[in-house]
Design a protein around this ligand. Structure first.
Ligand SMILES: [Fe+2]
Length: 255
């Protein structure tokens, strides 16, 4: 019996390679001139990624550019296999954490994996645009889940590749490492001004109700902010107050 291909064509010349083993989804955008891969999954799922590309008739050298939505290992961990053959691109704040192997930010310990050395070739920033002939990929800086998060918007077809920023049903990736709730809310309010026909998130199912998803995400984050205030008020009235928290964040030997 023929094995089922691991990829799904979700739009003409755009393919989702669904994540396995808690890995993020990767997306392949086949351009007229160049092929772009959005995210790479975990270090341990690169065989799956390469097998799917092979099923699509592509070798890893046929990927010309890899866009990393952010630095978390379930999205960026497979990037080293493209080191030297494709341009690897990430927001400068994500690139910095990857270069410094900042384990607090990269989530390596959560997945109990490390990432081989690799270099980010292109530092992305808000407003950058990649013209593939059939698709135009606009880079949006979307901090909140982490500081160096980007989303990729295709304005002509109204597609949004959102990484962990917003997912179907308004699920948010959470405020992790370098992230914060207020940037996250600002990001989602900016995304809410876009016309989005198809939401292609880093995890979970695809969505055609991005506007509603984003509003739910904003509500969840506002609730998180409110809960945080209550939590901080409760901590303030404990015997140690905030000392035991700030002590772990400050280098107290630094004078
Ligand atoms: Fe993430």
């Amino acid at each position: 019996m023929a094995s089922k291909p691991g990829y799904v064509e979700i739009y003409p010349e755009i393919y989702q390679i669904p994540g396995i083993q808690r890995s993020a989804h990767a997306y392949l955008v086949k351009g007229r001139r160049k092929n772009v891969l959005i995210d790479t999954g975990l270090p341990t799922t690169t065989d799956h990624l390469l097998n799917c590309l092979s099923d699509l008739g592509l070798h890893q050298r046929d990927i010309h550019m890899v866009l990393l939505t952010h630095e978390h290992i379930d999205h960026a961990g497979g990037a080293p296999i493209f080191n030297g053959s494709a341009l690897l691109a990430a927001h400068r704040l994500a690139a910095n954490k990857l270069a410094l192997k900042d384990e607090f930010a990269l989530m390596n310990r959560v997945f109990d994996q490390g990432v081989d050395d690799f270099e980010i070739d292109v530092l992305l920033q808000e407003g950058a645009s990649i013209n593939l002939g059939n698709y135009e990929l606009e880079i949006l800086h979307t901090p909140g889940h982490c500081s160096g998060g980007i989303s990729i918007y295709e304005p002509n077809h109204r597609l949004l590749f959102s990484g962990d920023t917003i997912m179907a049903n308004g699920i948010i990736g959470g405020v992790l490492g370098s992230g914060n709730a207020s940037d996250y809310i600002h990001t989602l309010k900016c995304l809410s001004t876009l016309k989005i026909a198809h939401l292609y998130p880093g995890h979970g199912r695809l969505s055609t109700t991005a506007e509603a998803d984003i509003l739910v995400g904003i509500e969840r984050l506002q609730n998180l902010l409110d809960d945080s205030k209550q939590l901080f008020d409760a901590i303030k009235h404990t015997s140690h107050g905030f000392d035991h928290i700030t002590r772990s964040l400050r280098d107290l030997n630094c004078k």
